[in-house]
Write a protein that binds this ligand. Structure first.
Ligand code: TPP
Length: 643
């Protein structure tokens, strides 16, 4: 029998997690020697695997960061000392030792612990994220606040090599080096982003890690310099500087040192006997320190070590073999989009494709296999990706940037200023548009219609299914200006994809049924919900039409005008917040045209939607077929009673 965390073998009183059982908070292991902590790390790994093999989650990153997180909690007086964790996807070990072990089996489930950090979950979660590369800026803010408040705690940021590539991280490094506040950055370098990390910085880190002569010389020097007498107070800073100066007589400075950090490492991020004393040393330094630790993504679980990209964020898997629990389902929207791009790229040599560190999940890996010279992984750099695409488009290429709705948020000014303002023909494949489920609030793609629709020159489209998505994508590449084609997370509906790519007339939707009581106008796959709702309403005696809008911008005004003319109410549907969304666009149209037919907007409310099954939230917010039918009936019934 596999035991859950905290379980004991009945009758024997023997636990599967003897070390973890002793830990309720980090205070419980602050006096433990490195060897005992190494045992705790093994328990934490087993607990992570036990849960994630059933819930799915960020397995590889969390297995890789166990020792680093334990060492940080061991050395620093958290939560009094602030531990700021970048993204938070690697923090399952942190959750297990900071009071959430009992609930950990419910990880990423409705009402269970989030897959990221949440301030309301624990006082140890002092910073929330989900998007990358925020930790250094936040940590510097906390360090400056500490100093202004006359406080003395430590501030420690943990950031991965992938997250370190983003511009935001370098903006923070720039100011940290300038301000010289007491701040420790732990750079968790596993040479992986989701896929292998790419770019010149990644190559540079590899160089720092593996150049043996540098390492040996540095280690010898570190030993030598450590033997110099320790001094206290202000003198310590001077002493560190002198040591540093001596070192650089022999060793070239690396980039972090040039930026004003004391650089420690590289060291084995799984070896607590190295991590603990080095962090203790870092804690003595009166200025910014960068501790470079080398870890292995998926550490301790062979299938994840062997295939780290697959185990970045898998669904459930077999904990012995590492085989994924497979569901047979239609190809995903991302796959269909990638295959469509490939098909078009065969005949159009101007088409190129970009991802920001998500080649597997956006389908760019497929495009890359077909056109290695025309595919670009820019790292976690959505802003750069967007302006890079603009540059490509300004020179005659037809770039597609495949990006999650939620991560495109980061590139807003680039979309406005570099792409749309110059009316450059960049196609944004806006993936994971709509609710996403287990990743929760930071990953819900429910704002992009609003933030994109406001931008002149930019069209915003969404098909009702994957066949429609293909045709919209084809048409997008015929446009002279920028286009965002949205599509949801996960499998398509399994509709046939055999039709030739002919596209759709730009800015047109499609009628699926007509009815004089109401017309439901859906934007995206929610059109199928509208069809099912119309059937339910028909059973209740209402005649309800359905149209697929396909465009939130430009709107198909013909469909709207006819819907308003032939039915008593027009109802819009979308999986997006109501504010600024598709329904809001229709309301603006009604106001502009003086249309008096009542318009009702069915959309998500003005709240962050947490993690949990998409179906749950659709039901909660009345966006299932039953919910839609009930609400439409409630609007139609009073008039029927009067008639
Ligand atoms: C702005 C942004 N873009 C993309 C992502 C998706 N994402 C989640 S984790 C990750 C890789 C992070 O790599 P790294 O920081 O090295 O951490 P590791 O997973 O290797 O521990 C990416 C690209 C994100 N969270 N935020």
């Amino acid at each position: 029998m596999t035991m859950g965390p905290g379980n004991t073998v009945p009758g024997e009183g023997r636990s599967d997690y003897p070390w973890l059982d002793r830990v309720h908070s980090p205070a419980d292991f602050r006096t433990w020697p490195a060897d005992d902590l190494q045992q705790l790390a093994a328990d934490v790994r087993r607990a992570i695997l036990h849960t994630t093999s059933r819930t799915g989650g960020h397995v590889g990153a969390s297995l890789g960061a166990v020792e680093v997180l334990l060492a940080a909690h061991r050395v620093f007086d958290t939560p009094h000392d602030r531990l700021v964790i970048d993204i938070g996807h690697q923090a399952y070990g942190h959750k297990l030792v900071t009071g959430r072990r009992g609930a950990f089996d419910q990880l990423r489930q409705l009402e269970g612990p989030s897959g990221f950090l949440k301030r309301h979950e624990s006082p140890y979660d002092i910073w929330e994220a989900g998007h990358s590369s925020t930790s250094l800026s936040a940590a510097l803010g906390m360090a400056v606040a500490r100093d202004l408040h006359g406080e003395s705690h430590h501030v420690v940021a943990l950031i991965g090599d992938g997250a370190m590539t983003a511009g935001l991280s370098w903006e923070a490094l720039n100011q940290i080096g300038h301000l010289q506040r007491r701040l420790i950055v732990i750079l968790n370098d596993n040479s992986m982003s989701i896929a292998p990390n790419v770019g010149a910085l990644s190559a540079y880190l590899t160089d720092l890690r593996v150049r043996p002569s540098y390492r040996r010389l540095k280690q010898d020097l570190d030993v030598l310099l450590k033997s110099l007498p320790v001094v206290g107070g202000r003198l310590r800073k001077v002493a560190e500087r002198v040591k540093d100066g001596v070192k650089h007589l022999v060793l070239p400075r690396n980039v972090f040192e040039e930026l004003g950090f004391l650089y420690l490492g590289p060291l084995d991020g799984h070896d607590l006997s190295q991590l603990i004393p080095t962090l203790e040393r870092a804690a003595q330094v009166d200025g910014p320190v960068l501790l470079h630790v080398v870890t292995q993504k998926g550490k301790g679980f062979h299938p994840a070590e062997a295939a780290p990209a697959k185990f970045h964020g898998p669904g459930p898997f077999d904990v012995v073999s590492g085989q994924f629990v497979k569901k047979t389902q239609a190809p995903s929207y991302s796959q269909v989009v990638a295959d469509t791009l490939i098909a078009m790229a065969h005949t159009n040599p101007q088409i190129v494709a970009i991802t920001a560190a998500m080649p597997d999940s956006t389908g760019l890996d497929r495009f890359q296999a077909a056109f290695p010279d025309r595919a670009f992984d820019v790292g976690i750099a959505e802003q750069h990706a967007t302006t890079f695409a603009a540059g490509l488009a300004a020179s005659g290429l037809r770039p597609a940037f495949l990006v999650y709705s939620t991560f495109l948020q980061r590139a807003y000014d680039q979309v406005v200023h570099d792409v749309a303002h110059q009316n450059l023909p960049v196609v944004f494949g806006v993936d994971r548009a709509g609710l996403v489920g287990a990743d929760g609030a930071t990953h819900q793609g429910v704002y992009d219609i609003a933030y994109l629709r406001a931008i002149p020159n930019l069209s915003v489209a969404m098909g009702k299914d994957e066949a429609d998505t293909r045709q919209l994508l084809f048409s997008a590449f015929q446009q002279p200006g920028p286009v965002a084609v949205r599509y949801p997370r996960g499998a398509g509906r399994g509709v046939p994809l055999t039709e030739p790519l002919t596209g759709v007339p730009w800015g047109t939707g499609e009628w699926l049924a007509h009815g004089e009581d109401a017309t439901l106008v859906g934007f995206g796959p929610i059109v199928y919900t509208a069809l099912a709702a119309a059937e339910e309403l028909a059973r209740r005696g209402f005649h309800v039409g359905v149209a697929s809008a396909r465009f939130a911008k430009p709107l198909d005004e013909g469909i709207l005008a006819r819907a308003a003319a032939e039915s008593r109410i027009v109802v819009t549907l979308e999986e997006h917040v109501a504010a600024g969304g598709f329904g809001a666009a229709v309301l603006e149209w009604a106001e502009r045209t003086g249309t008096h037919t009542p318009i009702r907007v069915l959309a998500l409310p003005d709240t962050f939607v947490d993690h949990g099954p998409v179906e749950h939230f659709l039901a909660l917010y009345g966006l299932t077929a039953e919910g839609v039918a009930a609400r439409v009936a409630s609007w139609l019934e009073p008039a029927r009673r009067r008639a």
